[in-house]
Each structure stands twice: as structure tokens, then as C-alpha cells.
Ligand binder design. Structure first.
Ligand code: PMP
Length: 426
């Protein structure tokens, strides 16, 4: 049964049982309408209310300023997953760079000579246009590769690749003094980072050392969304797939700064510059304008996310940021697991201590000679005890315990017990 099983998968991941119980009811009959939630129209009043309630819960949890005007943010729901937003980030940051650079050229040359402005812009794109990526794990690497696919590797600046000084492996976040961000970023340079690297277990301890007045900062928070406080105001955009901490697979949540939405180069200009124009379903201004309903949105997934958020709000303490209660629970569970992993020399936590993820705890067992055997035994023993989903990502091997919000303290304690028992048998 669900109660006997403890599931530590990296995503899709466990959801609160109370939410799933309620979900099984609304799938059959929503609001006593005689039809289920997956059957109602995404344009119905019910759907609209679900959207509004979910946005409002998210704004409460992460303290998102949602006022109109340049410093406010919009919350949108999209499809296409975190991967879709890798591409969306490139399309929008390219369009923002071009528009801001164009405005600067117009300031210098005057608007009247369109041909001159265009020629200068084309030259600027050829010589200066770069998007910066902090590559600290497999997902930021993938995002940077998508950028290179869309705009060409010559326009992508990998400002740091943390494998370089770590034997070719991810597991550190090098000091910012070693990062090579694009200088003078044409007043619109982008820095992209992945806040929590799901595969490699590396998490930024705090907002990276980026001057957010100078750079547009984009963060992928797919695997630590709603697990801790976020300095939303220092970001141009934040996104994350729902299927780990927030809900069911099917929606991606994005938080976009208003000032960005109004300063994007038009598709015609981008085409003339041989720069890519993204599909309309990934176009943030279009999705914002249509309140996330440009096309059919899986409202059930939004509902689930909303219920999960309500649960977090209901357990939050009354003073301080609403997400703080969940944050301290996540920290406590992670500390318990890392404590045992550090206690026994048979375990080796993969990332450096300073950047250990609270969500994805990655470790190896034994030495190079007996690792395969020991890890197999550990995972088999875990499965026997109904502690599921502890295998590392196929690209890196080893073990990974995903400590998402819906994994209770009690389930983490069960796993901690098995870790300890296993270590003592060695
Ligand atoms: N970013 C991170 C940090 C992820 O963990 C994942 C998926 N595991 C992705 C992006 C890609 O998400 P999706 O599969 O939803 O495209």
C-alpha cells in the first residue's frame, strides 16, 4: 500500500496522499457538476477560478510582487516541460537583447535613418551578442546546448563549467571570481543558471553572485521549486516543471518580470537578422495576454498544483515568509540523511559539501573496485524494505535520494535506518 511504501524518485515524484484522495474524487465529479475535472472546459468559470486560486497561492508562498508596472511579475502555466523553457529562455533573451541594443543604437544615431540603424544592429549582433550560462550540472549543460542549437555556439558564453577543475565531473560551484560573464552586456545580457541540479545533486546555497541590475537572470527551479525561499525580485524569469515538488507532469510554471514582456524585438526584425522566432505556445507575452489559455491547458494539473500549494500555506507558521516552514522541514530531512552518509566512510557524497542539494542527495558506495556490488546490494535491500526510487540517474550511476516536499520525515527516517544498518554490515 501507499502507506507502507516510501518513494524517493527524482521526478515524477510523490504527491501528498490527501491531495491524491481528493483528486480521485474530482476526476469523477467536480464541484458536484456531474462531470469530472479533466472533462470540464478550460474556458469555464471553474477553470478560471482554479487558475486564479493557484496563481494567488503561488504568489503568497514565494512572495511574488504581482502588481502591474515594470517591477511586477506574471505567473503563467505552459506545457513543454522544463525543456520547453530552455528553448523559451533563448527566444526571449535573444529578442530582449536585440531590442535593447536597437534602442541604444537609435539613441546614438537617431531613429530616422532606418538602414543605418539596421546595419549597426546587424554588426552588433555578429560581434557582441552572447547569452551567458553557468554550467553546474547536467540540466544547465542541456540548456546551454539548446541555446547553441538555436542561436549558434558563437553566441553562447559558458561563463563557468564546473567540471573543469573537478576531474571532468559536476559537483562544485567555482567561486564567482573565476566566472567569465560577458562584459558590457549591451544593457541586456542574460545569465542563466539551474538552481538545483537534479542529476548531480548540486544546489546553489543562495542567489548566485550576479549583478541583477546589470544582467537579466533566468533560473531553472524545476527540482527545488517551493522547497525554499526565493529572491524573486532579482530574476527576470523563473521556471520549473511541476512534476517534482509541485504536482503532476503536464504543466510548467513560469514567473516573468513585466519589464521583460514589453521590450522584446518583433519577429520581423529577428527574422531579418537570421535569429530564431519561437513557437507561439512558448511565447511568454502571448501566454500572459491569454491568461495561460492561449490553447488547451490541462486544468487538472493546475488544480493539483493549487492543492499542493494550499497544503503548504496551511502548514506555514503565521509569521515570516510562508515557504519558511517547508524550508526548515526540507533542511531537517536533508541533514538527517547527510549526517549518516558522512558518518560512515563506506558512503561518499558526490558534490562538495558547500553545494549539496537539499532535494537530490547523490552518493556512491564503496571504492572503485567494489562499488557495483555494494550499490546493487544497497538498492536491493532498499527495495525489499519498500524504499523505492533510490537509484542514481542513468548518466552518472550511484544512488540518489530525492527528498521532495511530499516525502515525510517518517519516510526519511525509515531510509536513514536502512542506510545505517547497511553501513554497519560492511
Ligand atoms: N531542469 C531540471 C532541473 C530537471 O530536473 C528537469 C527534469 N528532470 C528538466 C529541467 C527537464 O524537465 P522536463 O522533463 O519537464 O522537460
Amino acid at each position: 500500500s501507499r502507506e507502507e511504501t516510501s518513494y524517493f524518485g527524482a521526478g515524477p515524484a510523490p504527491l501528498p496522499t490527501a491531495v491524491l484522495r481528493q483528486a480521485s474524487k474530482v476526476i469523477l465529479n467536480y464541484n458536484d457538476a456531474g462531470i469530472g475535472i479533466t472533462e470540464i472546459s478550460h474556458r469555464s468559470a471553474d477553470a478560471e477560478k482554479i487558475l486564479e486560486d493557484t496563481k494567488s497561492a503561488l504568489a503568497t508562498l514565494l512572495d511574488i510582487p504581482t502588481q502591474e508596472g515594470p517591477d511586477g511579475y506574471k505567473i503563467i502555466f505552459l506545457q513543454g516541460g522544463g525543456s520547453g523553457e530552455f528553448s523559451a529562455s533563448v527566444y526571449h533573451m535573444t529578442a530582449l537583447w536585440v531590442e535593447k541594443r536597437r534602442q541604444k543604437i537609435v539613441q546614438e544615431l537617431g531613429p530616422e535613418d532606418e538602414t543605418k540603424v539596421f546595419d549597426a544592429l546587424r554588426k552588433a549582433v555578429d560581434q557582441e551578442f552572447k547569452l551567458d550560462y553557468l554550467v553546474t550540472g547536467s540540466w544547465s549543460l542541456k540548456a546551454s546546448q539548446e541555446a547553441a542549437r538555436l542561436i549558434g555556439a558563437n553566441h553562447v558564453n559558458v561563463a563557468v563549467d564546473s567540471r573543469k577543475d573537478n576531474n571532468g565531473k559536476f559537483g562544485t560551484i567555482p567561486n564567482e571570481s573565476t566566472w567569465s560573464l560577458t562584459p558590457n552586456p549591451a544593457h541586456s545580457g542574460m545569465v542563466y543558471y539551474c538552481d538545483n541540479e537534479t542529476v548531480d545533486g548540486v544546489e546553489f546555497p543562495a542567489f548566485p553572485a550576479i549583478d541583477s541590475d546589470k544582467y537579466q537572470v533566468i533560473a531553472d527551479m524545476s527540482s527545488n521549486f517551493l522547497s525554499r525561499k526565493v529572491d524573486v525580485r532579482r530574476h527576470a524569469a523563473i521556471f520549473g516543471g511541476a512534476q517534482k515538488n509541485v504536482g503532476t507532469t503536464g504543466i510548467t510554471i513560469a514567473i516573468i518580470k513585466n519589464s521583460l514582456l514589453t521590450q522584446l524585438a518583433k519577429p520581423d526584425l529577428l527574422r531579418k537578422l537570421n535569429l530564431p522566432v519561437g513557437p507561439v505556445v512558448l511565447d511568454w507575452p502571448t501566454i500572459v495576454k491569454n491568461n495561460s489559455l492561449y490553447n488547451t491547458l490541462p486544468i487538472f494539473d493546475v488544480w493539483i498544483a493549487g492543492q499542493v500549494m494550499q497544503l503548504l500555506i496551511s502548514k506555514a507558521s503565521t509569521d515570516g515568509p510562508k515557504i519558511a516552514t517547508q524550508q526548515s522541514e526540507s533542511e531537517k530531512k536533508a541533514a538527517l540523511l547527510y549526517g549518516i552518509l558522512d558518518k560512515y566512510p563506506v558512503f561518499h557524497v558526490v558534490p562538495d559539501k558547500s553545494v549539496r542539494s537539499k532535494m537530490n542527495i547523490c552518493f556512491r558506495i564503496g571504492s572503485e573496485n567494489d562499488r557495483d556490488d555494494k550499490e546493487k546490494k544497497f538498492l536491493a535491500g532498499a527495495n525489499e524494505r519498500l524504499l523505492l526510487g533510490c537509484k542514481g540517474h542513468r548518466s552518472v550511476g550511484g544512488c540518489r535520494i530525492s527528498n521532495y516536499n511530499a516525502v515525510s520525515v517518517e519516510k526519511v527516517e525509515k531510509l536513514a535506518k536502512w542506510l545505517e544498518e547497511f553501513a554497519q554490515q560492511q
